[in-house]
Design a protein around this ligand. Sequence first.
Ligand code: SAH
Ligand code: SF4
Ligand code: F3S
Length: 426
Amino acid sequence: MKIFFKTYGCQMNVHDTEVMKGLLVNSGHTIVTELKTADLVVINTCAVRGKSENKVYSLIGRLKKGGYKVGITGCVAQAMSNKLKNYDVEFIIGTRAITSIIKAVEGTKKIDLEDHICEVNATTPALRRQKKHAWVNIIAGCDKFCTYCIVPYTRGRELSRPLEDIVDEVKSLASQGYNQVTFLGQNVDSYGKDMDNTSLAKLLEISQRIEGIERFWFLTSYPSDVTTKLIDTVAKYPKLSKNFHIPAQSGSNRILKKMNRRYSRSEYLELVNEIRSKVEGSTIGGDIIVGFPTETDEDFEETLSLVKAARYIRLNVAPYSPRFGTVASKFYPDDVPYEVKKIRIAKLASLQHDIEKSLNEKSVGQEVEIMIEGNSAGRSYGRTIDNRMVFVNDKIPEGEILKVRLTAFKSGTLYGQIRKVSVFAK
Ligand code: SAH
Ligand code: SF4
Ligand code: F3S
């Protein structure tokens, strides 16, 4: 079979696609990159907002009109299977059943929403998008049940992978020539809570000793699960990313409580301060939801002031979208008009624009180390250890580590000039 994948959603979904592709290639199928050459289209779906879910139904419609066979995997498959059954699709495979993709494609499984995520381990093949930077899921699911969020219903309960299995995978990646690894989880810092004597800090400490991998990233951290041990570990080892992605979601204590986020505004800002004071050169990223039910102008002002204080290097802002089955959608009417949400998004975007401008302009003139992530239009771009993308005018292969001098910050982009190619480059 010739299969084309269309992937929506977060890094977790992107990596699940890599695993499904690996499994399929291993059993003799072909992954195609041009839609028109495909026998079957797999849509790996996201349900986090109404908009992401609706994209799936409209894409199914368009593909069916074009005469394609379509299979559905991911979060919509898991949580909206009843609705999907009304569509003409070949199969519906849930988030913890990705190993069933072979049977699904071969026509011997039509639906699988069971949990056999344990079958995915260090020996599972994956066809990764990048040649030098590998993503590795270390914990499945989410136990937090924020009142707005569908993820606990689409991804199930938290389950950490055995530490030895992850370490084996990292070693194998190093032997295949990868030199960057990103550890993934909805709450990556919950890793190991369901085990004895295991934590993200411990995993990072052990992993960074593995020869060949020069950088480790971890995404996404739940603010109140970031431990002092984790911060100290990140501060101590040079190969560990100095970026913490810690979504606050709101700056108002009243809204945070209603969202079932397990920290207050001041606890959050204390965490930001602890990271900044202990981790030299650290940067912080965040997510905000605007227009959560009952959010007033005063609540929103609190969010603006939190964003001002946190000084994020990157911020994702989303309008609240009621999700089927969640506490908020059952009990709190979506009472903030869309127009108001749009105004709040614009205010945050403008504030964040100024913060990023000032943070980045301050760094112009500095010398930093970047690792090349890719090329576009004759230029290459690489990331600093604090997770900033820098463009250089030369074409450099992925994975090279370079010293660059930051020369300008223009229209949201940092530019650099190469100083010298590092010793790690092959
Ligand atoms: N585990 C991460 C986030 C996972 S979902 C955390 O706890 O922060 C990714 C982002 O989608 C969230 O950070 C949130 O900002 C957004 N999101 C989730 N549910 C949403 C909803 N119902 N409406 C709007 N945005 C939502
Ligand atoms: Fe969703 Fe909250 Fe879990 Fe993040 S922590 S995935 S926002 S329920
Ligand atoms: Fe979307 Fe599922 Fe990720 S809902 S954000 S693809 S966990």
